[in-house]
Design a binder for this molecule. Structure first.
Ligand code: ADP
Length: 687
């Protein structure tokens, strides 16, 4: 057993005390002296050691103070917790900047200061560093009024068998918030760019694409399709130069223009796009990138194209209408001379050859008038200017009309038959004139293309469920030459004469059936044909007719009403500037027994007119000096009691009659007119 100095001295003292009698006797006096001497030395040593100890203690206390100061004032929050997560020590920073609730002498479970969603993660983190005994870090959010994110660096120490976690807390809120904002902006940006109808592309100065929005799917592409590509890659070869120029110009002028060009989409086809751009600058204020917004404008281009087309069609149609109107006007004027003279000639004494000539003249001029009427009618229909004029009439009248027309025009050995499949109603409400026009056309064709046999006109109808309307079906069949099936579908389109037939023999310009189809369509019906070459044709059409209310029962007598015939001669003031028409109309009227006074223009009319002197004024519309409408207006202003004023014009467009009548005329005759047309009008006026 080691014996130190203190023990040695103690042993010596004990020895001296045990022999104190002897000591006093002087046997040990010498050793006592020695002991005292040793004790003194020992005391000096002790005092020295004591001084040293005090010095060390002072130094230690200073270090501890310094350490404490460092600990408290450290820029990080320091927390020491035990293995049960209880906070044992913390510095000022930890309390001030991270966890205000920290107090000594209180149970402080560190976990409860962490956001619930991060607690499990922290638990696992502590377990892991406890297992590995190595420093690690974790980022989590602490409970606080404002968002508070921390980075915790932790390690573990074992002191006297107890485990302590040392945590250093560093505030990363600003970084986290910025990150979150960036993420949100990123998400927003991609949400916007994904759903936008434009494609955004960013390129460098050379046109290399550095970004393309997900909306490039609008062009059929995916973002990865643009890796390593330039903004010029899919541009139409014809537009590439314009696009490159605009791109280069934009970088120089720092202004980008709107460019339209064709762009190849993934499917391979080109669509029209429009791009506008802006710039992204670097820190030195120089252009670093160009940003393009590209949108599909195919629909706009298509719309523009269609609008232009519609405009052009409208212009064409207007031009056609004007052209036809003036053409018709120009032809009608000389034609009225031909028809009038031919008619007058017919009534003179002629030998057989002359009669034949005049007959041909009458037929040809009538044919010409029919053609002009058809062309005009077609253009009216094409322009959508035809309105149905519905009246109440008996369907029987249209069958009678067919029979009469047949009787009048058919000079061949053909039998006429009418077949009524459904009992005829008393009356229907439709445009009688137009329905008769269709029947007339079909009948004229049937006669034209049939040499012998039979022509049948049939009638049937179907009632609608409520009994208010009828779908009337009219058929016109013949035993003529028939039509080749291949050509049948074309005959209802304009100018569609079947080529094979002898056009010399069968006159016509192929508009009749087109007009029929339009009229029937206006009536809500259809038209069709069944035909076998050599075996005749069966044309049919339907139209919707209303059944008039029982109160408005049609008076069937009206159809048969005999018009009173004008028997006396009339004193007529004829205003007409063209010498041929003057001569012809004057002769026509004279031949009917009327007396004619001629006025070459409106001014002369005003001069010649005297009240009670004329029974009728025939007023040409277009005249030099003063036109017919102006003259009529002045006459109406000057006189209360005027004879009927009948307009006379070669303008035969739909609406012309109404237009002129609205300007003061009592009725209207279109040139050329036959004596019969005038007679009809005179009978109506003077019956
Ligand atoms: P067009 O006025 O010239 O007769 P349409 O439009 O009425 O013209 O008829 C067109 C063509 O259809 C005629 O030129 C003729 O070739 C043919 N066609 C019409 N009706 C008949 C028919 N009943 N028999 C044979 N061919 C017909």
């Amino acid at each position: 057993m080691p014996i130190n100095k203190k023990d040695q001295l103690k042993e010596q003292i004990d020895k001296v005390l045990a022999n104190k009698d002897k000591v006093l006797s002087g046997v040990y006096a010498k050793s006592l002296e020695q002991l005292v001497e040793d004790l003194k030395i020992y005391q000096y040593e002790l005092e020295f050691q004591n001084d040293e100890l005090r010095r060390i203690q002072n130094q230690l206390e200073k270090t501890v103070d310094e350490f404490e100061e460092l600990f408290q004032e450290a820029p990080l929050g320091y927390i020491i917790m035990d293995e049960n997560f209880q906070v044992i020590r913390f510095n000022e920073n930890a309390k001030v900047n991270f966890i205000k609730e920290l107090h000594y002498g209180k149970q402080n479970d560190f976990r409860k200061f962490i956001k619930v969603e991060d607690q499990d993660r922290f638990h696992l983190f502590c377990k892991r560093i406890l297992k590995d005994y190595r420093r690690d870090e974790i980022e989590l959010q602490l409970n606080a009024e404002d968002p508070l994110y921390v980075n915790i660096t932790a390690n573990v120490k074992k002191i006297d068998g107890k485990v302590f976690f040392r945590l250093a807390l560093y505030d990363i809120t600003r970084r986290k918030v910025t990150e979150r904002l960036n993420r949100m902006q990123q998400q927003e940006l991609s949400a916007i760019t994904e759903n936008m109808s434009e494609v955004i592309a960013v390129s460098d100065l050379n046109g290399n694409i550095t970004y393309i929005s997900p909306s490039c799917s609008l062009l059929g592409y995916q973002q990865e399709d643009f890796f390593d590509s330039t903004i010029f890659d899919h541009v139409h070869p014809e537009d590439i130069n314009a696009v490159k120029e605009s791109h280069a110009r934009a970088f120089v002028t720092q202004k980008s223009d709107m460019v339209r060009f064709r762009y190849k989409v993934k499917s391979g086809e080109y669509i029209w796009v429009e791009t506008s751009g802006s710039f992204i600058f670097n820190e030195e204020g120089e252009i670093a990138r160009a940003l393009f917004v590209m949108r599909d404008i195919s629909h706009l281009i298509e719309h523009d194209r269609l609008t232009q087309e519609v405009e052009l069609n409208k212009k064409n149609l207007q031009f056609k209408q004007k052209f036809l109107a003036s053409l018709s006007h120009e032809i009608r004027t000389p034609l009225s001379g031909i028809i009038g003279i031919a008619e007058l000639l017919e009534k003179t004494h002629l030998d057989d050859t002359q009669k034949d000539f005049v007959n041909t003249l009458v037929n040809s001029s009538e044919n010409l008038r029919e053609i002009i009427d058809q062309v005009l009618d077609f253009s009216k229909i094409e322009a959508g200017k035809v309105k149905l004029n519905k009246t109440v009439f008996s369907p029987e009248s249209i069958l009678n009309y067919a029979k009469e027309t047949f009787g009048l025009i058919c000079k061949k050995e053909i039998v006429f038959e009418s077949v009524i499949d459904t009992p005829l109603p008393n009356s229907i409400f439709a445009d009688q004139k137009r329905i008769m026009q269709v029947i007339n056309n079909l009948l004229v064709n049937a006669i034209k293309f049939t040499e012998k046999g039979k022509i049948t006109v049939s009638y049937s109808h179907e009632k609608s469920d409520d009994g208010k309307t009828l779908i009337v079906k009219i058929g016109v069949s013949d035993t003529g030459i028939g039509i080749d099936p291949k050509l049948q579908k074309h005959i209802f389109t304009p100018f569609s004469q079947v080529d094979e037939i002898d056009t010399e023999k069968y006159h016509g310009i192929g508009l009749g059936l087109t007009i029929c189809r339009e009229i029937v369509n206006l009536h809500g019906g259809e038209i069709g044909v069944i035909s076998h070459p050599g075996n005749g044709s069966h044309f049919w059409f339907t139209f919707v007719a209303e059944v008039p209310e029982s109160g408005s029962v049609y008076n069937s007598q009206k159809d048969n009403l005999q018009e009173k015939v004008l028997t006396h001669s009339l004193n007529i003031l004829l205003a007409e500037d063209k010498p041929v028409t003057q001569k012809v109309v004057k002769l026509q009227l004279a031949a009917m027994g009327h007396h004619v006074t001629l006025a070459p223009d409106g001014k002369k009319v005003l001069e010649l007119f005297k009240p009670n002197q004329f029974d009728l004024i025939l007023m040409d519309i277009q005249m030099p000096e003063m036109d017919g409408i102006t003259a009529t207006k002045i006459l109406r202003d000057l006189y209360n009691d005027l004879p009927p004023i009948i307009g006379l014009s070669a303008n035969a467009f739909e609406g012309d009659k109404e237009k002129y009548m609205a300007q003061g005329l009592d009725d209207y005759l279109t040139k050329p007119f036959r004596s019969g047309d005038f007679k009809k009008l005179a009978n109506k006026l003077f019956q």
